[in-house]
Design a protein around this ligand. Structure first.
Ligand code: KG4
Ligand code: ZN
Length: 407
C-alpha cells in the first residue's frame, strides 16, 4: 500500500510518501521537509501563530514536491479541468478550511489542476504539539481525504519518533525501552510491542531539547540550540583537553523514578554567566573576545554532558529494571552524535551482551513526514473512511496538543 503522510506539529512542514508491504517492508518514495528555522530564529523559539501561517503557505508546495519526487504528480487534461467546476467537494473543503484561508487559496487550484494520486492511505499527526499547527495538518488531511476519497488515520507524534526506527531495523526485540527526546518532550517509554506502550517517566518541567535551546539563548548562540551546542562542543574538544572550569548540576540523576527535570540546568547556566560577566549587554561584548568564546565553548561542553549524563543514567536504569532487549532513541536530541556514542559505550558495558541500541539517521531524528507514514501503516485499521456526502465519523479526528501515547 502507498501512504501519504503529513506532519505539522511544530515548526517543520513535512510530507512523505511511503510504500509498505504487509510484512512491514518499506520503500521510501519521497520525504520532504520545509523548515521554518529562519523565521523563528529572531524570536529564539517557535512562535505558534507564525508557525501556523507558515504551515498554511508551505503545505501545498511541499505536497507538490513530495508527489513529484514519488512520480505521482499527474496534471489533468483541459477537458477534465473544465468538467469539475461544479464538484460539490469544493464546498466541503471551504467549510473545513474556514480558519485556514491561506491554505484554502493554494489548495483549490492544486486540486483543480492535478489528478488524484495513486495513494491508499493518508496519515496525519494529530498530537501532541502546538495545537494551531496540528489543526492545519489535520484539516489539510481531511480535505485531501474528502476530495480524493482516501481513508485517513490520525497518529501520535511521539509514537512516530519511536516507530521511524522500524524503517531500517527489521528484527527489533521486545521489551524495548524508548527514550524520546525532543524540543517538547522527554519521555522514557516501555515498548512491550508495536502499539503497546507504557510511559515510565518524563520531564517534570523543560524537555531536553528545550534545555539545549534555552541554554543556547542565554549564551547568545541562536536557535535551535541543540545543533549549535553540539557543534561548539566538538570544536572545544578539538582545541583543548583540559576539563571545563564550569560545573553544572545533574538534576534528579539519583532519584529512584524515571523522571527528569531540566529547568534548573538553564537557571544554573544563567547564574554562572551573570556571576562571571554581568548582564546581557556586557555578556555580548565579552562573547566577542577570545576568552569569552573559550568560556562559551566550555559551557556548551558542560551543558551537553549534564543532559547526556541524566538521560543515559535514567534510561539504563529502566533497561535493567524491565530487562529490555533493545534501546530505541528518537526525537531531535537523538540526532546528537555524542549522545549516541556515549549510549553505545554504556550498552557495550552492560553485562547482557544481547542488548541492542538503535537510533534513526539524523534527518529522521528531527520532525519529518516519514515517521508519520510508518506509524500510519501500523495503525491502518484505525483509518476513517469518508463517503461522499456523509459526514460519518469524519469529525472524530481532532487535533490534541496534549495527546499521550496510548497503550
Ligand atoms: O523532534 P524535534 O525535531 O521537534 C520536536 O518534536 O520538538 O526536536 C527539536 C529539538 C530542538 O530542541 C533542537 O535543539 C534539538 O531537537 N536538536 C538537538 C540536535 N538536533 C536537534 N539537540 C542536541 N543535539 C543535536 N544535534
Ligand atoms: Zn518531534
Amino acid at each position: 500500500m502507498r501512504i501519504l503522510a503529513i506532519e505539522t506539529s511544530c515548526d517543520d512542514t513535512g510530507i512523505a510518501i511511503l510504500e509498505a508491504g504487509n510484512a512491514g517492508n518499506f520503500k521510501v518514495l519521497s520525504n520532504i521537509v520545509s523548515s521554518q528555522t529562519k523565521i523563528h530564529k529572531k524570536y529564539g523559539g517557535v512562535y505558534p501563530a507564525m508557525a501556523k501561517r507558515e504551515h498554511q503557505r508551505n503545505l501545498v508546495p511541499v505536497l507538490i514536491n513530495a508527489l513529484k519526487q514519488a512520480k505521482l504528480l499527474i496534471s489533468k487534461s483541459k477537458i477534465q479541468i473544465s468538467k469539475q467546476i461544479q464538484n460539490p467537494n469544493f464546498k466541503t473543503i471551504k467549510i473545513i478550511l474556514e480558519r485556514e484561508p491561506e491554505l484554502l487559496k493554494k489548495l483549490i487550484p492544486f486540486l483543480q489542476k492535478y489528478e488524484k494520486p495513486d495513494v491508499d492511505l493518508i496519515s496525519v499527526t494529530n498530537g501532541p504539539g502546538l495545537e494551531p499547527c496540528l489543526w492545519v495538518g489535520v484539516n489539510f488531511a481531511k480535505c485531501l481525504s474528502c476530495f480524493w476519497n482516501i481513508p485517513v488515520v490520525p497518529v501520535d507524534h511521539i509514537e512516530s519518533h519511536i516507530l521511524v526506527n522500524f524503517l531500517e531495523n527489521k528484527d527489533i526485540k521486545f521489551p524495548a525501552i524508548a527514550l524520546v527526546v525532543s524540543g517538547g518532550h522527554t519521555q522514557i517509554i516501555l515498548v512491550k510491542k508495536i502499539c503497546k506502550y507504557q510511559i515510565l517517566g518524563e520531564t517534570r518541567d523543560d524537555a531536553a531539547g528545550e534545555c539545549f535551546d534555552k541554554c543556547a539563548k542565554i549564551l547568545g548562540l541562536g536557535y535551535p540550540g541543540g545543533p549549535i551546542i553540539a557543534q561548539l562542543t566538538t570544536e572545544a574538544r578539538h582545541l583543548h583537553r583540559s576539563p571545563a572550569s564550569v560545573k553544572l548540576p545533574r538534576p534528579m540523576i539519583s532519584t529512584k523514578d524515571y523522571d527528569f527535570s531540566f529547568s534548573g540546568l538553564k537557571t544554573a547556566v544563567l547564574y554562572a554567566v551573570e556571576k562571571k560577566y554581568g548582564q546581557a549587554p556586557l555578556r555580548s561584548a565579552f562573547s566577542r573576545t577570545s576568552e569569552g568564546r573559550q568560556y562559551i565553548k566550555q559551557m556548551c561542553v558542560e551543558v551537553q554532558q549534564a543532559i547526556i549524563d541524566v538521560l543515559i543514567k535514567k534510561t539504563m536504569k529502566a533497561v535493567r529494571d524491565y530487562k529490555a532487549k533493545t534501546i530505541i532513541l528518537g526525537g531531535g536530541v537523538s540526532a546528537n552524535s555524542e549522545l549516541r556514542k556515549q549510549f553505545a559505550r554504556h550498552c557495550e558495558g552492560e553485562a547482557r551482551s544481547n542488548l541492542k541500541l538503535i537510533f534513526p539517521k539524523p534527518n529522521l531524528s528531527t520532525d519529518n513526514g516519514l515517521m508519520i507514514a510508518v506509524t500510519g501503516f501500523y495503525h491502518k485499521k484505525n483509518a476513517l473512511r469518508y463517503s461522499s456526502g456523509q459526514v460519518a465519523n469524519w469529525k472524530e479526528i481532532q487535533a490534541d496538543g496534549n495527546l499521550r501515547i496510548s497503550k
